[in-house]
Write a protein that binds this ligand. Sequence first.
Ligand SMILES: O=C(O)C(=O)C[C@H](O)C(=O)CO
Ligand SMILES: [Zn+2]
Length: 274
Amino acid sequence: MLSVETRHAIHPAQAKTMDSAALRANFLAQDLFRDGEIRLIYTHYDRFVMGGAVPVGGQLSLAKVAETGTETFLERREMGIVNIGETGTVRCDGEAHEMGRGDVLYLGMGSGEITFEGHGRFYITSAPAHAAFPSRLITLADCKEVKLGDPANSNQRTIKQFIHPQVMESCQLILGYTSLEEGSVWNTIPSHIHDRRMEAYLYWGMEEEARVLHLMGEPQETRHLFVANEQGAISPPWSIHSGAGIGKYTFIWAMAGDNIDYTDMDFIQPKDII
Ligand SMILES: O=C(O)C(=O)C[C@H](O)C(=O)CO
Ligand SMILES: [Zn+2]
């Protein structure tokens, strides 16, 4: 079963009038992972798509999505898939990519029908593309690691970059994930915005009771989402995206927009956030 939900782009002036329910309806990605289903959210932020596929030992196929108006979903798009479950296989264009937990698969523009198999829980991201780069499985051994933060600021963390110019070529999709060291709770502190790129987070690797307080909004008009395991946050270009966790967590970040420069961020110090 395939379902697609559309999320419209929200103006920051509208976002600041929203109560918790409206913020969650517009910016929280819930229920992406349901047994036997592919569930996608088609956003109007750079036409970025996020979603989940859970084949539970069977087979699920993603061929065509009405929202793109194309013969196949990836006719004019590229895709990044992260397996956040047990070992599973993604088949595309006659190739079988076996993915362990934490592996990332890039599928280039023009790739055909995609089939998800096995016991993987596949997080799907996709953005429009202008050129066909080769599909590639990027394992943990292939990613680039960046260490940031320190225990004194409770923000010691490792950033693993997979779909990233220093690892491989893509059109506009950049993707990786960040894990906190034990005792550190804060991600993306100091905060930043990048008006050139939208971003989406998927929080995972959390205990059922754990939560992340995800901060969003313009730096002088912040709001929050309380986020559980396997829930995502859509971050508009005008919004900060930082979080503090109760319990351990990892989050997948993915971006699309005008450039693929991960370091192109406008930092906002805690003293400047309201
Ligand atoms: O902990 C961090 O810092 C991050 O992981 C930052 C994200 O990767 C990000 O926001 C990139 O723009
Ligand atoms: Zn960012």
